[in-house]
Ligand binder design. Structure first.
Ligand SMILES: O=P(O)(O)OC[C@@H](O)[C@@H](O)c1c[nH]c2ccccc12
Length: 409
């Protein structure tokens, strides 16, 4: 495999410049214990993209180099994710052990694409094949963010933010709605497609959908910005913000790098999603601080007891989202919300004054009462609204009553 060391590798910010073959460097112990690579494809580089179903390109982030959200985490992440000096099994274990996240944030054994002269080879092994959709999304996001950062370095984003209108108060909007309706406040989601459900709505005008959600009683809106898996965009977020919508906006993104927080704010976000399955505790803490500086709220999403306990150990969290959908398997079970709020966890949440948001799989007034009885004060709803002919009118159907400001509640 070392013979395939051809091509140059751009350096990643904050890391030493790569040596000539550093992108193909593998720890000896890893080489010794890793199963032999399978050669999946060998194609000439010219015209390869048009013949290959999934065009192969060697992008900077497909290298072994690691960029993390904080300098603080860089050292640990580099050590664990490159697996330097530890056998592959131990490398995998320590990655899983990084502050409790189960997914691998980057391919452990480096890129799967290699070049020999004009040929591209995809060499797949366990370490560079995503184990589930969440890993796939996050690995792709890593490449994407790195490219976006190259185009718009942080200093370019920071300047204009000084004169930008302040973020709207996402948490206050949820509380006001709950007080007004005595029902969970609605965060209505502007989502065209999802990896589990495919395209949810063909005729998709994000601004019109956002406006109809607002008129019909949504407290806040959630706007998908991931393009590859959800057909969302930051243009949608910006367009909704510029169209005069008053509701605070949640940027629904897979955040892995603090740069994305600044970018989201620059596009009009008032809140961001931080997914505990993807972020180690110290990244969550670090990002919460930046959100505070930017005036944005953070919805910290959990799916199981372990993630909930991790998050309850972090100070300063105002919003916890319980996702009823397992992002690794797509299974949806709304009793997850109830299970995670039972007993001491529910008591601690109440003591800390945290607002819990029930997320995913909510379709009927019974579902809404079920999660409300479990203790949620807000719900995040996408599919059941967006699939209806008039997504705004669908809100009254979901709650069993009109919750718009116009209605006498
Ligand atoms: O369409 P649903 O089942 O109502 O789900 C909405 C929302 O909870 C879901 O889109 C979601 C929850 N957490 C996420 C994280 C990333 C992408 C999407 C999500």
């Amino acid at each position: 495999m070392e013979a395939l060391a051809i091509g140059s590798v751009p350096s990643r910010p904050g890391l030493p410049p790569p040596t000539r073959h550093s992108h193909l460097r593998r720890p000896k112990t890893l080489l010794a214990s890793a199963p032999p690579c399978r050669i999946i494809a060998a194609v000439p580089m010219d015209g390869a993209a048009s013949r290959s179903p999934a065009p192969l390109r060697c992008t900077p982030a497909e290298t072994d180099a690691v960029a993390t959200s904080s300098d603080e985490t860089a050292a640990t992440a580099e050590a664990t994710q490159q697996g330097d000096g530890i056998p592959v099994e131990d490398a995998a274990a320590s990655i899983e052990g990084v502050d409790g996240i189960k997914i691998r944030r980057r391919p452990v054994t480096g890129p799967s694409v290699h070049y020999v002269g004009p040929f591209q080879f995809r060499l797949e092994n366990e370490g560079n094949t995503p184990r589930n959709i969440l890993e796939k999304i996050v690995w792709n996001k890593d490449v994407e963010v790195w490219q976006m950062k190259e185009r718009r370095p942080l200093y370019m984003l920071k300047g204009p933010l000084d004169n930008a209108p302040p973020a709207r108060d996402f948490v206050a909007a949820l509380k006001a709605s709950y007080d007004r309706t005595a029902l969970p406040a609605l965060i209505a989601e502007v989502k065209k497609a999802s990896p589990s459900r495919g395209v949810l709505r063909e005729n998709f005008d994000p601004v019109v959908i956002a406006q109809t959600y607002e008129i019909n009683g949504a407290a806040c809106l959630s706007v998908l910005t991931d393009a590859k898996y959800f057909q969302g965009s930051f243009d949608n977020l910006e367009a909704i913000r510029n169209a005069g919508v008053q509701c605070p906006l949640l940027c629904k993104e897979f955040i892995i790098d603090a740069w994305q927080l600044y970018y989201a704010r620059s596009k009009g976000a008032d809140a961001v999603l931080l997914i505990a399955a993807v972020l180690p505790d110290r990244d969550i803490k670090y990002m919460l601080k930046i959100c505070k500086i930017l005036g944005m709220a953070a919805l910290v999403e959990v799916h199981d007891e372990r993630e909930m306990d991790r998050v309850l150990g972090i100070d300063g969290i105002q919003l916890i989202g319980i996702n009823n959908r397992n992002l690794e398997t797509f299974e949806v079970d709304i009793s997850n919300t109830k299970n995670l709020l039972e007993g001491e966890r529910g008591q601690l949440i109440a003591q800390k004054g945290i607002i819990v948001v029930g997320e995913s799989g909510l379709f009927t007034p019974d579902h809404i009462s079920f999660v409300q009885n479990a203790g949620v004060k807000a719900v995040l709803v996408g599919e059941s609204l967006i699939k209806q002919e008039d997504p705004g009118k669908a809100i009254a159907g979901l709650f069993g009553k009109d919750i718009s400001h116009a209605s006498a509640v």
